[in-house]
Design a protein around this ligand. Structure first.
Ligand code: FMN
Length: 340
C-alpha cells in the first residue's frame, strides 16, 4: 500500500483522485471512485441558469445516498461562472446542516479563476474541509498559497479540458512546487493515465494524482458511449488547445474543434468576453450540451488530454485504481531496489 499525507488525511486507501469534468456530470463516477478507495470529485456541471445551485445540492445528496466514503467537489470561480459565490455559500450551509456531508466532504477544489474569495470563506466557515486550487504555473501556485489554500492541484498543459495560457508541463510544474513548498499538500494532474505516470507523480513529491480522461473511459462514468468510444483509438497527437469558455481548452480534434477560434492570450480572451453577446455565449455552451444529451461527437466539443494516447480500452474504475496503485508501487519498489 502507498501511504501519503493525503491518504492519511482523507482516510482513503489509494492516492488517486478523479478530476472534476464540468459541464459533464461525474456524480456516478464520484461514487465509483470513492467506493473503491480513491477520492471521487463532483463537477460543477452547470454553466448558467437559476437551477445550478439546486443541481449541485442534488449531486451532493446522490453521493451521500450511495456511499459512506469521503469525496470532493469542484467550484469554478471564473469571471463568467457567475454562480460561484452563491454555490460556495450553499455548499457550506449544507455542510453545517448535514452531519453526513460534514463527515464525507473532505476536499473542495476551486479552479478557472481566483482562489482568494473561496479560501477566506472556507477557512472562516468550514476550516476542516481542505481547500485546493487548480494552479497551472508556479506564480499561480504562489498566489494560491498566499490566499490561504491548504494545497494545490498542479495541472500541466498536457491535461484535458480547461487549461491556462501558461503552457507549463506537469513534469516541470509538479517538481517546481514540490521543491518550493515541501510542507504543502500537492496533487499532480495532467498527463497521468497509467501506472508509470502515477508512480512519476508520487516520485516527484505529489501526495496524490488526479486523472480525468482515464476516468471518462471507464465503465462507470456517465459520459456518453460515443464520447468514451473515441478515447481508446485516439493518439497523443489527436488533441489541440483551442478557445474555451474560461481560457484555452484541450479538445479532441473533431469538426467543432478545428472550426473553432483559437485565442491564446489572456488579453484577447478578455476582449472577446467583453464583446460577447448572449447568443454567441449560449451557442458555445450548446456545443457541450449536445455531447452529453445527444452524443453528438462531431458538432460538439470533446475535451480530452494528451493522455488519450496512453489509453487503449474502457476499464472498470476498480481495475484502474487498484491495478494502477499496485503497479505504481512495484515500479517505485523496483527503482529503490536499484539504489545501493
Ligand atoms: C471533459 C473534461 C471536462 C473538464 N472540466 C473541468 C472543470 O469543470 N473544472 C476543472 O477544474 N477542470 C476541468 N477539467 C480538467 C480536469 O479537471 C483535469 O485537469 C484534466 O482532466 C487532467 O488531464 P487528463 O484528462 O489528461 O487526466 C476538465 C477535463 C475534461 C477532460
Amino acid at each position: 500500500m502507498i501511504k501519503t499525507r493525503l491518504t492519511e488525511l482523507f482516510g482513503i486507501k489509494y492516492p488517486i483522485i478523479s478530476a472534476p469534468m464540468g459541464p459533464f456530470y461525474t456524480t456516478k463516477l464520484t461514487v465509483a471512485v470513492s467506493e473503491v478507495g480513491g477520492l471521487g470529485v463532483l463537477s460543477h456541471a452547470t454553466l448558467r441558469g437559476k437551477n445550478s445551485v439546486k443541481d449541485m445540492i442534488a449531486q451532493l445528496e446522490y453521493v451521500l445516498e450511495h456511499t459512506d466514503k469521503p469525496f470532493g467537489v469542484n467550484v469554478r470561480t471564473a469571471r463568467v461562472q457567475t454562480d460561484h459565490k452563491i454555490m460556495l455559500r450553499k455548499i457550506i450551509q449544507n455542510i453545517k446542516q448535514n452531519p453526513k456531508l460534514r463527515e464525507q466532504l473532505v476536499y473542495i477544489i476551486t479552479s478557472a479563476g481566483g482562489s482568494k474569495f473561496a479560501s477566506k470563506l472556507l477557512k472562516e466557515k468550514t476550516p476542516d474541509v481542505k481547500h485546493f486550487h487548480v494552479s497551472p504555473a508556479l506564480w499561480l501556485v504562489d498566489k494560491s498559497f498566499a490566499a490561504g489554500c491548504d494545497g494545490v492541484c498542479a495541472t500541466g498543459t498536457e491535461g484535458g479540458g480547461h487549461q491556462s495560457y501558461e503552457g507549463i508541463t506537469t513534469l516541470v510544474l509538479v517538481s517546481q512546487v514540490a521543491q518550493k513548498y515541501p510542507e504543502k499538500l500537492l496533487v499532480a494532474c495532467g498527463g497521468i493515465a497509467n501506472p508509470e505516470s502515477v508512480a512519476a507523480g508520487l516520485a516527484m513529491g505529489a501526495d496524490a494524482v488526479a486523472m480525468g480522461t482515464r476516468f471518462i473511459a471507464s465503465t462507470e462514468s456517465e459520459f456518453h458511449p460515443n464520447y468514451k468510444a473515441l478515447i481508446p483509438p485516439a493518439t497523443a497527437r489527436d488533441t489541440m488547445l483551442t478557445t474555451g469558455g474560461f481560457g484555452p481548452i484541450r479538445l479532441l480534434k473533431n469538426k467543432y474543434c478545428l472550426e473553432h477560434g483559437k485565442i491564446m492570450t489572456k488579453e484577447e480572451k478578455m476582449a472577446q468576453e467583453l464583446a460577447l453577446d448572449m447568443d454567441t455565449f449560449l451557442e458555445d455552451l450548446y456545443r457541450y450540451e449536445i455531447v452529453y444529451t445527444q452524443g453528438d461527437v462531431e458538432d460538439g466539443a470533446i475535451p480530452v488530454g494528451q493522455t488519450c494516447g496512453m489509453i487503449d480500452s474502457i476499464m472498470d474504475v476498480g481495475d484502474i485504481i487498484t491495478n494502477f496503485s499496485k503497479k505504481a508501487e512495484q515500479i517505485l519498489k523496483k527503482l529503490s531496489s536499484k539504489i545501493s
